[in-house]
Design a protein. Structure first.
Ligand code: PLP
Length: 451
């Protein structure tokens, strides 16, 4: 329901926030968080009654939009029946959520370890891989994001790890494929795939295959720029892992649960990892939930030997009830097919058409409801609209672009020199077109910074 404008209430919320809330990834006195009065479907409202179309899906998690009545009702029913119960017990919401997730995960990823979100899912996947193999090292890609906790941020390859990276022993980064920024080494996706696989094999050879527990990759790197890997890359990594007994971990925290127009991005290539991390879309982020889907072989390692790890709220009934309802809604409403169809029929042609008219668009990438525009100062040199190794802080061109988008009622997802088009997977065609028109208008501002 559209909230009534109430600027005084908004001012009070904002004042308390500024006085007491310590925000993530932020210099506390340099931020100006919007006070939000309510949200429904693909929209949210501020206290002045201004409406925003959410092309960011929160932090790319409201895959079925805000306040879906069936999920809200399921949370209410679970709260009335059994609000909480410790993880050592068998609880209907938890076992049903695990069953439904296992039914959708590829291959034999049939055992589900629940966490509170994505970072702790990555923490546990790394721990499982180390215990399963008895090896210490983990390989992960530059241009990746795996979470803000200690191990997850060390595995992360984007500049946000710089400040918190203690250089944890055993984490080695490598270059995954990204043709747009590899052009001195490769001209085609095929060449880029071969380059990246060869580079990975060389990295493994120099690190020592027998020392490597896991390769951790986002199936499609999300926060770092939605680089859909070239055909054959993930299958190649799978082969390399098999050859050396390395655990292949695919991080589907952002790409999973319909975002790519498949249940999981791994389904696009048919590659089955040994461990798969998930969170966000599993219950549209209504209650914190994440997890690791575990293969038969790794589950077997812990069949008669305790797994040394756990969380008080693992498989929290409210979060699991939300997951059960979300997964049912997605099936009943055909959300996954909808995301694929609108991605192909509406988003892809519209973004490519925008790229023809806006000199600030260097590249359009994506699939389903998972797209990025790489904004550049110069199309020839591909110079980003911010320096490439920037730490993602506000900068004039991207800040001006973001402000223009908001003025047109569009809430964008901006990271470094990119704006991502990641609306809820059940966004309507009319909403999408409204958002794309606002994006078109905002890009005129980005164009002003091109040379
Ligand atoms: N892994 C990926 C691929 C992500 O995109 C994120 C968050 O954006 C995480 C892990 C961390 O998830 P969380 O913020 O729930 O800890």
């Amino acid at each position: 329901m559209t909230p009534q404008p109430h600027p005084e209430a908004g001012a009070a919320v904002k004042a308390a926030d500024r006085a007491h809330v310590f925000h993530s990834w932020s210099a506390q006195e340099l931020i100006d968080p919007l006070a939000v009065a309510g949200a429904e479907g693909s929209y949210f409202w501020d206290y002045d009654g201004r409406r925003y179309l959410d092309f960011s899906s929160g932090l790319v998690y409201t895959n079925i939009g805000y306040q879906h009545p069936k999920v809200v009702a399921a949370i209410q029913e679970q709260a009335a029946h059994l609000t909480t119960f410790a993880p050592a017990f068998a609880i209907e919401a938890r076992s049903e959520a695990a069953r439904l997730i296992a039914e959708r995960t590829p291959g034999d990823l049939d055992k589900i370890f629940f966490t509170n979100g994505g970072a702790d899912a990555v923490e546990h996947a790394v721990r499982m891989a180390r215990l399963h193999t008895g090896r210490p090292k983990v390989l992960s890609a530059y241009r990746s994001y795996h979470g803000g906790t200690q191990q997850a941020v060390n595995v992360t390859g984007d500049p946000r790890r710089w400040a918190s990276d203690t250089g944890a022993a055993g984490v080695v980064h490598f270059w995954a494929p990204f043709l747009y920024r590899s052009r001195f080494y490769a001209e085609t996706e095929e060449q880029e795939c071969a380059r990246a696989l060869e580079h990975l094999e060389t990295t493994i050879a120099f690190e020592g295959p027998g020392t490597i527990a896991a390769i951790v990759l986002e199936t499609i790197p999300g926060t770092a720029g939605i680089m859909v890997p070239p055909p054959g890359y993930l299958a190649g990594v799978r082969e390399i892992c098999d050859q050396h007994g390395i655990v292949f971990v695919l991080d589907e925290v952002m790409a999973g649960f319909g975002r790519t127009g498949e249940w999981f991005a791994a389904d696009l290539s048919g590659v089955v990892p040994d461990l798969m991390t998930f969170a966000k879309g599993v219950n549209s982020g209504y209650v914190p939930l994440g997890g690791v889907a575990i293969s038969g072989a790794i589950a077997e390692t812990f069949a008669r030997r305790p797994y040394p790890g756990g969380l008080t709220y693992s498989g929290h009934p409210l979060a699991c009830a939300a997951a059960v309802a979300t997964l049912r809604v997605m099936a009943e409403e055909g959300v996954v097919d909808h995301a694929r169809r609108l991605g192909e029929d509406v988003v892809a042609p519209a973004l490519h058409e925008l790229a023809e008219r806006h000199p600030s668009i260097g590249e359009v990438r994506g699939v389903g409801m998972f797209w990025a525009l790489e904004l550049v100062r110069n199309r020839e040199t591909r110079e980003p609209l911010v320096p490439y190794n920037a730490t993602g802080e506000a900068n004039a061109p991207m800040a001006a672009f973001g402000a223009a988008a908001k003025k047109h009622g569009l809430w964008p997802f901006i990271n470094m020199n990119r704006t991502h088009v990641v609306p809820p997977c059940n966004v309507s065609e009319a909403e999408l077109k409204e958002g794309l028109a606002a994006l078109d208008a905002a890009l005129l501002v980005a164009d002003e910074y091109t040379v």
